[in-house]
Write a protein that binds this ligand. Structure first.
Ligand code: F6R
Length: 364
């Protein structure tokens, strides 16, 4: 039941503060500021690498996870698109853990990758939304997302719940590997606990984003740029826009701009820059200058400080609340989902059932 919402996708976007809160609370003990003592298929303190595979949006969640595991837990992560992983016969260290991410738990390529790791003798964990799924059954342990059923074909709340699990696992790994002390762990847990409230505040940007979406719906191509965890988010923004509005979109690491995509920049292609005011913000500002110098129109998604320091003319600037770095990917997911959603609504596409797509891809 969609309730008062026009589409399941809209409803699922709005459910995010609540389901992210449930998911985080499943893994983190907020009162004591620690990761809970939940069961894991491998010991995050002992493995020497983590191999992650998934498809589509779930893959992009995994890519954010790589930044978190490597930054906070100093745990090296190999991440692959499952359709590549399953055939590339990657040499796997026996001390690795294997982690699969799938909303449905039925995606054929992800399942095949899991079975490859099983053959190689690796312990297997899976982040799934459907606990009775094949991937859940064939894993040694599951990390559930508590998103509830996701009906819209374009994944929204499952994605932010996958991010919530990955961030929680990164905290757990950081503690298990001695990369954070009790104070450090407490700080990360407290910061994560703020995600639902900040996500809720971010939803208030809907009116502004809806207006912007009307403009965006007139373009044929859109480029998304970001650095660090905003690089996977740039790809997620592009994926969301193309799948439901059918506007051609690409997501790039901002630093790659001058290695090719800059040739595309003109006034016909808006560039959406996802850039909170973080330690590499200035680098992204220089990318924006390169875009502006070529007549490109910029839509900047940032925070108040970023808006103040960017000094670049934008078509629009979306100002997200100030967020601690670890929850930035969760909170910044919302404006990019809303932008894709409202653009598709203006285009009049079938938002919940986009053409040529299925919710669960059980054939390769
Ligand atoms: C995009 C989207 C897809 C899925 C992908 C994996 O919005 O929904 O890219 O993320 O098909 O599906 P699961 O997570 O069920 O394995």
């Amino acid at each position: 039941d969609k309730g008062n919402y026009r589409h399941f996708m809209e409803k699922e976007i709005y459910e995010q503060p609540e389901v992210v809160s449930h998911t985080l609370a499943h893994y983190l003990d907020f009162a004591n500021g620690v990761a809970k003592d939940f069961e894991t298929p491998f010991d995050f303190g002992k493995i020497d690498r983590l191999a992650i595979s998934a498809c589509g949006t779930a893959y992009l969640a995994g890519l954010v996870g790589k930044y978190w595991f490597e930054r906070h837990a100093r745990l090296p992560v190999d991440i692959d698109i499952a359709s590549e992983f399953r055939y590339r016969e990657m040499p796997l260290s026996k001390q690795s853990g294997a982690l699969f991410i799938s909303q449905s738990g039925e995606t054929a390529d992800t399942l095949a990758s899991l079975r490859y790791c099983r053959q190689e003798g690796l312990p297997i964990g899976a982040i799934v939304n459907v606990r009775e799924s094949t991937i859940a059954r064939e894993s040694d342990g599951i990390f559930p997302t508590l998103a509830g059923p996701e009906i819209g074909v374009a994944s929204t709340k499952a994605f932010t719940c996958q991010l919530s699990v990955l961030a929680s696992l990164a905290v757990k790994a950081a503690a298990a590997r001695g990369e954070v002390d009790a104070e450090g762990e407490k700080l990360l847990v407290r910061q994560l606990s703020e995600a639902p409230k900040l996500a809720n505040q971010t939803l208030k940007l809907a009116g502004q984003i809806e207006k912007l979406a009307r403009d965006l719906s007139h373009y044929k191509h859109v480029l998304y740029l970001g650095r660090d965890t905003n690089y996977p988010l740039a790809m997620e923004g592009a994926l969301k826009l193309k799948e439901i509005s059918y506007i051609h979109a690409e997501g790039y690491a901002a630093g790659e701009l001058k290695h090719g995509p800059i040739a595309l920049i003109d006034e016909q292609m808006p560039v959406i820059v996802i850039a909170p005011h973080d330690r590499i913000f200035e680098k992204t500002v220089s990318n924006m200058q390169e875009v502006a110098a070529r007549g490109g129109k910029i839509i900047l998604i940032t925070d108040a400080k970023g808006a103040k320091h960017s000094t670049i003319d934008t078509l629009d600037t979306i100002i997200v609340p100030d967020v601690p770095e670890i929850i930035s990917p969760i909170v910044y997911s919302l404006p990019i989902q809303m932008l894709a959603y409202y653009t598709a609504v203006f285009m009049g596409t079938d938002v919940d059932q986009p053409r040529n797509l299925a919710k669960s891809v059980t054939v390769e």
